[in-house]
Design a protein around this ligand. Structure first.
Ligand SMILES: Nc1ncnc2c1ncn2[C@@H]1O[C@H](COP(=O)(O)OP(=O)(O)OP(=O)(O)O)[C@@H](O)[C@H]1O
Ligand SMILES: CC(C)(CO)[C@@H](O)C(=O)[O-]
Ligand code: BAL
Length: 296
């Protein structure tokens, strides 16, 4: 039998954790009917200051209840990736959500997200096979499928994602447009450590020496951006030289693209993206660059 909603469901004064998608859907429906906006922050948990920034952006919108989903989505991991090892820190994640005045945490079980025999998925189109998708076949179909499910369960007005996963953010914008999701997709700039390393849940896999070497990724992006007035070759040259100087970095790709991840323009706005392994850990980063318009 479905439990009736209580006063706490309408006006939670502490973070409430929901595991059941149907109940969560009923709670957010009641909140919307009471005039609240819903802002969704999808995560895989192991929350850090980057996630806090997304939650704070979600609060900027007026009259909003923030919903954080915590779900390590199996369908976006390849067979040789780190699904089993991915950090799971649920209790401290709920503490972070409480500190950040999150209203609802949605932490479903995999069997409640993927029903037995489910075969329909969201196809990301050609961009899904490039950059991250070339190294992680099927990754973006997994991401877009779970994000579309979260959009349908939570029906948020806003959904907030980080620029750290720039290709993911681009594809989610496209999915919302191409499939008519009535959701405002909001991107948030990357939060970094003092030495430039982009915060990532996977940084905790790094040894001390690897952690030091990992700064080469952001340093390479900054070196590229610094010479952007001289054009694409200069950007790629400066960034490659910085990466090559760090032997512990095993480069996967370094690419310059248009802001929508189409081919890079000769002049104007572009995005420089990098992925590399440092030891066993695969890291990604990116930066905005303005090509060929400087006076260098
Ligand atoms: N440093 C960061 N700055 C801003 N947003 C971030 C940062 N790191 C992650 N995010 C965003 O948080 C959301 C949830 O990401 P996720 O839970 O996978 O964390 P993560 O740190 O990216 O983990 P991973 O190690 O898997 O890359 C995504 O929208 C992601 O882009
Ligand atoms: C968007 C997301 C939560 C989907 O599982 C994941 O890809 C992530 O954490 O960036
Ligand atoms: N933050 C992106 C999720 C992933 O790497 O699977």
């Amino acid at each position: 039998m479905t439990k009736p909603l209580t006063k706490d469901d309408y006006a939670p004064d502490d973070v409430t954790v929901h595991r059941d998608p149907d109940r969560l859907r009923r709670v957010v429906r009641a909140l919307r009917a009471a005039g609240r906006n819903i802002a969704l922050v999808p995560t895989m948990g192991a929350l850090h200051a980057g996630h806090r920034k997304l939650i704070r952006e979600a609060h900027v919108m007026q009259n909003t209840v923030v919903v954080v989903s915590i779900f390590v989505n199996p369908t976006q991991f390849g067979p040789n990736e780190d699904f089993a090892a991915y950090p799971r820190t649920f209790e401290s994640d709920v503490d972070v959500c409480r500190e950040e005045r999150v209203g609802l945490v949605f932490a479903p079980a995999a069997e409640d997200v993927y029903l037995p025999g489910a075969t329909v998925t969201v196809s990301p189109g050609p961009l899904g096979d490039e950059l991250e998708g070339a190294s992680r076949p099927g990754h973006f179909a997994g991401v877009l499928t779970v994000v579309s499910k979260l959009f349908n369960i939570v029906q948020p007005t806003y959904a907030v994602f980080g620029e750290k996963d720039y290709q993911q953010l681009t594809l989610i914008h496209r999915m919302a447009r191409d499939l008519n999701f009535p959701v405002d997709v909001v991107g948030v700039p990357t939060v970094r450590e003092a030495d430039g390393l982009a915060l990532s849940s996977r940084n905790r896999y790094l040894s001390e020496a690897e952690r030091a070497a990992a700064t080469a990724l952001s340093a390479a992006l900054v070196a590229g951006a610094h010479v952007s007035g001289q054009g694409a070759d200069a950007v790629l040259g400066a960034a490659s030289a910085t990466l090559a100087a760090e032997p512990a970095v095993d480069l996967d790709y370094l690419e310059l693209r248009a802001p929508d991840l189409g081919p890079a323009p000769e002049n104007g706005d572009a995005r420089l993206l990098v992925a590399a392994r440092v030891g066993a850990t695969r890291l990604i980063d990116n930066i905005a660059v303005l090509l060929g318009t400087g006076d260098e």
